[in-house]
Ligand binder design. Structure first.
Ligand code: PGA
Length: 250
């Protein structure tokens, strides 16, 4: 049985007081027996203070939304993996489609980010997913397979620190989720691709679904054989809704 994981990608939302209030609400609603790993990914300045209130006994962990491809030095505005580690970050999202498209992050850059994070023992939530046009042309499997190449150069120990998030771009923030069948089909494909490298890792690696996942569709999505939880954007900003998503994974 793979561990269920629900990650909250707050993106560019939540001030410090709003973030603390939300986390406190969630932690009140969840008991110690809840085994779902909950990863809260706020903006950089909120990492340390949010980390201070996260309760690991209830399986709440801290994640960043990005990290630098550089280690240290004259890179104004960047935040390195080692700095993330120093504020007790356990996870980092790498390769989110918004980073790929708006900030032009190439596969090469993403590979360096992955290496930086894994060197610091930060687990990476590596995002993959196709555009609508690509799906219409039935290219979704080719696109995702290509995006997965980055993790193929990792050794098995590093690979075991990776969580994959399948996020079809046409589903992100649109209110149109992939159907459980479409998502399951891709999650299974992802596992098959990884199995070419190592079957044990392919069976063990968590593969999360992201893209308009909400309280209404989470249980159906999470009940699919190869879906191990979700990477949640807008629905993670509302306490009442996000708690339902956590319950759906429990
Ligand atoms: P969404 O975003 O849940 O708002 O669609 C998901 C994501 O971008 O990670």
């Amino acid at each position: 049985m793979r561990q269920k994981i629900v990650a909250a990608n707050w993106k560019l939302n939540k001030t410090l007081s709003e973030g603390i209030e939300l986390v406190k609400f969630l932690q009140l609603k969840v008991n110690e027996y809840d085994k779902v790993i909950k990863i809260i990914c706020p903006t950089f300045p909120l990492l340390y203070p949010i980390g201070q209130v996260l309760n690991k006994e209830k399986n709440f962990y801290l994640g960043a939304q990005n990290c630098s491809a550089f280690e240290k030095g004259a890179y104004t505005g960047e935040v390195s993996a080692s700095i993330l580690k120093s504020v007790h970050c356990d996870y980092v999202i790498i390769g989110h489609s918004e980073r790929r498209s708006i900030f032009n992050e190439s596969e090469e850059i993403l590979k360096r980010k992955l290496e930086r994070a894994l060197n610091e023992n930060i687990k990476a939530i590596y995002c993959v997913g196709e555009e609508l046009e690509q799906r219409k042309n039935r290219l979704q499997f080719d696109v995702v397979e290509k995006q997965l190449e980055n993790i193929f150069s990792l050794n098995n120990e590093q690979l075991s620190q990776i969580i994959i998030a399948y996020e079809p771009i046409w589903a992100i923030g649109t209110g149109v989720n992939a159907s459980p069948k479409e998502a399951q089909e891709m999650h299974r494909f992802i596992r098959e691709i990884i199995a070419k490298k190592d079957t044990n890792i392919a069976n063990a690696i968590p593969v999360l679904y992201g893209g308009s996942c909400n309280a209404g569709n989470a249980s159906q999505l999470f009940s699919q054989k190869d879906i191990d939880g979700g990477l949640i954007g807008s629905a993670s900003l509302k306490g009442e809704e996000f708690i339902q998503i956590i319950y759906a994974a429990s």
